[in-house]
Design a protein around this ligand. Structure first.
Ligand code: PLI
Length: 455
């Protein structure tokens, strides 16, 4: 393991609150840590999205931001980077990942269409539904077993894909997506072999294949480390090979783009590109800025190259593993193997005394905040439970997880030690954690604004 391949030049002070203050803050936020002010958080592991620290070259890049409405120089820098790093012929910038999904699905998805994915991220699935489509998750079964030690647990089950195509017909499937890495299922990677198999099937049926490429570099790093035949290839080469099997990608650049804002939609099909530009102008802006300032485009074109640095990736993935190992050593049940951007805690084993109807995911995140001022993401029944339209019965998700998501280049391993010690303390006193009941919920994507009371 290597230490951080950078040193710290600017620091952002953090506030450390006491337990009494946190009790009050939590109560005012309805026990939903999403509703707490960030400045009241000591270590913020809510997300790795838009939370990266930029490098000196990215900050310097902001100074060459050209804020012209049309044809700013930074767009052409980014265009060159996208061609060289990802290899797609055409692309448009977007202000983050979901507008890229929105535009792609507006064009491709009709009412009643199916969109297979290994696992849709929540906005991706929501955008398919928004167009009248049906998002289908076809990840391998191991993904649903937090203890299954598969090296590429994000893989799509190719048999499930074939079965779906046969069942509904290829004309009902406007595209197949693969999320690299699989955020919803533990940040687990997808192998090159699996990508090739999916490509073969989609080609056979004439269906385009798109990646949800938010964490493409971390996925490529896992291929280098775990897949035979790739150990001597550079991550940059692996990225080009992966992308070479796809017809395009959506990307939230707020993750592996190492920027605080930005996204893109890339493709090889010229006809699709022409349509994309029309939707982009309506929704995001002119095709040479796509909802971003020139300076943001510049930071992104630097970030997309920096993320391929293998010392950085070794340290990055190593830091996530460092936290995972600390928890594992003390018997804390986590999703294994540890993924690329986060450690996921398996609450079915951590809090077996709290039924899913009492939201163990939020009970945990509230307890973690109270104990150490640490914020994590609740990814269980709060976000994913749904009502069966016919029976009215609540269907709970198979996985009840909390994600300790590590921002890129932001925290040191001393912070990770604090996080590990706090989680271990909670684990030793887990019987004291109680469930919650909802007192307010919105009709869609309720986890963002839901409010609870302790039971
Ligand atoms: O938050 P956006 O709109 O830039 O990106 C949406 C999005 C798409 N795909 C994947 C795999 C994601 O992880 C993703 C956003 N993820 C967030 C916000 C997260 O906390 O994981």
């Amino acid at each position: 393991m290597i230490a951080e391949p950078y040193r710290i030049k600017v620091v952002e002070p953090l506030k450390i609150t006491n337990r009494e203050e946190r009790e009050e803050i939590l109560k005012n936020a309805g026990y939903n840590v999403m509703l707490i002010k960030a400045e009241d958080v000591y270590i913020d592991l809510l997300t790795d999205s838009g939370t990266s620290a930029m490098s000196q070259n990215q900050w310097a890049g902001l100074m060459v931001g050209d804020e012209s409405y049309a044809g700013c120089r930074n767009f052409y820098h980014l265009e060159k980077t996208v061609k060289e790093v990802l290899g797609f012929k055409y692309f448009v910038p977007t202000h983050q990942g979901r507008p890229a999904e929105n535009i792609l699905f507006r064009i491709k998805v009709k009412k009643g269409d199916y969109v297979p994915n290994n696992m849709h991220f929540d906005t991706t699935g929501a955008h398919v539904l928004d167009k009248g489509g049906i998002p289908v998750n076809l990840v391998i079964d191991e993904a649903y077993d937090p203890q299954a030690l598969h090296p590429f647990k994000g893989n799509m089950d190719v048999k499930k894909l074939r079965d779906l195509i046969k069942k509904v017909g290829p004309e009902k499937i406007p595209l197949v997506m693969i999320t690299i890495t699989n955020n919803t299922g533990g940040g687990e990677p997808v192998s090159m072999e699996n990508i090739k198999e999916v490509k073969k099937i989609t080609e056979e049926y004439g269906i385009p294949l798109f990646f949800d490429a938010a964490r493409f570099a971390e996925n490529a790093y896992f291929i280098k480390k775990r897949e035979k035949g790739y150990e001597n290839k550079s991550v940059a080469e692996i990225v080009r090979e992966m992308m070479g099997y796809a017809d395009g990608c959506t990307m939230s650049c707020k993750k592996d783009g190492l920027v605080n804002i930005g996204g893109l939609l890339a493709m090889n099909d010229k006809e699709l590109f022409e349509k994309v530009k029309q939707h982009l102008i309506l929704l995001e802006g002119f095709p040479t800025y796509g909802g971003l300032a020139g300076r943001d485009l510049e930071a992104l074109s630097v970030g997309l190259r920096e993320v391929l640095d293998e010392n950085y990736l070794e340290w990055r993935v190593g830091q996530v593993k460092y936290l995972g190992n600390k928890l594992k050593e003390e018997g804390v049940p986590i999703m294994e193997p540890v993924g690329g951007h986060a450690v996921y805690i398996d609450l079915k084993r951590f809090l077996p005394h709290i039924p899913q109807s009492q939201f163990p995911d939020n009970a945990f995140t509230a307890a973690l905040y109270l104990e150490g001022g640490i914020r994590a993401a609740a990814l269980g029944s709060t976000a994913f439970a749904r009502k069966d339209e016919k029976t009215g019965e609540i269907i709970y998700p198979k996985l009840e997880l909390v994600r300790l998501t590590i921002p890129r280049r932001v925290y040191t391993n001393s912070h990770m030690d604090v996080v590990a010690n706090t989680v271990i303390k909670l684990y030793k006193n887990r019987d004291k954690i109680r469930g919650l009941k909802i007192v307010y919920e919105a009709p869609v994507l309720r986890h963002f604004t839901v409010r609870f009371e302790p039971l």
